[in-house]
Structure formats: C-alpha cells, structure tokens
Design a protein around this ligand. Structure first.
Ligand SMILES: [Zn+2]
Length: 220
C-alpha cells in the first residue's frame, strides 16, 4: 500500500475543490514527525485553498509504531476493523516467523487514536484507563447531575499533566486529574493481556465491571 495519496475535497462553504494528502499507513518509526501530526490533529485537518475554512477529514489510517510494537487501526466500522486486524496480524507473522508479540487496537476515530498513543506513551494500561474513565463517570454524574457527558478522553497536556476530560455537547468540560497513586494503578491494572482483545473502550470496561459484579455474587 502506498504511504500517501491525494484526495479531492469540495469545500462545503465555497464549493472550491482542493487537494488533500492522506496517509493511509502511518509508520512513526520511519517518520517520527508523523506522530506529532497525529497528536496535534494536523494530519486530519483540511484547509480550503480559497476561503480557508478548516475541516476535519478522518480517513481512517493505520498507525504503526515498530519500536513499541504497536498497531492502531482507525476504523469507523468495527467489523471492517477486525478484518484488517486479522490481515495485519498474519502479515506481521509472515514477516517475522518468530512471531514478535504485537499490541493491536481498533479505534473508531482520530480522537481515540490520539488518546491511545498518549496512554501507551505514558506507560499506562488502556484497559485500566477505560475502567477508571467509566467509574469516574459515575462520580461526575453524582457531583454534576445536570452535566451531559458526550465524550470522555484521557489527555496529556503540554505541561505534562494528565487528566480525564468529560465533555458535554457544547464542548464544556469537567476534568479529573490522573496523577500520583491513581496513575500508578493504571500502569499495571490487569495481569495478563489477551492479544485478541483489540477493542478497548468504555463499552468494554462496562462489560468487564458487570461481569466482575456477577462473579462476586457467585462467590457469596
Ligand atoms: Zn472554501
């Protein structure tokens, strides 16, 4: 697959057609600058050459960090994402018969892609992060009953501090710092990793918490 391609985009505001370079395969080991552009969002930002209106184009790239042995598939369609996962897993196995352990993730947009990169850069367990995001959601609801949570992200700011961001439909935000003991807990939250468990999000966390509740009851 080519590393880049040119896409034609018609501006919704002035109808001018412009060109936008997309990178379906982002290899940050070969091109470390790309990682910064994913995190800043620059890689997904189109600017109309005529009226300069900016818009996000999330073309669903595959993010590959060979050093960290990490592959993140940005794919809106979960089933399609799983298909790609199987394909890449086999390709990597063919490349390296000793079958180097890779960590795969499927995310549904470029925001989640950025989030995963930051979580792994901090050395955190994304499964723990999702469980914690979900549990803290209940705290936010209790303390701010009128606040409507639309999205929740782990974010690392430029000053190095980390936090959970609970965002409402108007982009208002309630934040919970991720630091100290809490952050340590999120490093090794679960013992083992299941290599086929590749969609790790809040829905996943909700299920894990539900199941653990059932197990507790069974023990009693
Ligand atoms: Zn325009």
């Amino acid at each position: 697959m080519a590393d880049s391609a040119v896409m034609k985009i018609k501006c919704p505001l002035c109808q001018t057609t412009g060109e936008f370079t997309i990178y379906p395969n982002i290899n940050v080991t070969k091109d470390p600058e790309m990682k910064k552009k994913v995190i800043s969002g620059e890689l997904f930002m189109y600017e109309c050459p005529h009226c300069h209106k900016k818009g996000q184009v999330d073309y669903g790239p595959v993010y590959h960090d060979m050093e960290k042995r990490l592959m993140i598939i940005d794919c809106k369609d979960e089933k399609e994402g799983l298909k790609l996962f199987t394909q890449f897993k086999e390709e990597l196995r063919d490349l390296d018969p000793s079958e180097v352990r890779y960590r795969f993730r499927i995310v549904k947009d470029c925001y989640e892609l950025k989030e995963k990169i930051m979580i792994f850069d901090e050395g955190l367990d994304d499964r723990g992060v999702e469980v914690s995001k979900f549990l803290n959601r209940l705290n936010v609801k209790q303390n701010y009953p009128d606040f409507v949570i639309k999205r929740v992200y782990f974010n690392k700011l430029e000053d190095g501090s980390c936090r959970f961001e609970y965002i409402d439909p108007n982009n208002k935000m309630i934040t919970i710092p991720v630091e100290g003991e809490m952050k340590e807990t999120l490093r090794g939250f679960f013992e083992k990793e299941n290599p086929d468990e590749v969609i790790i999000n809040e829905k996943w966390a909700e299920k894990v918490i539900e199941n653990s509740g059932e197990n507790d009851q069974a023990e009693v």
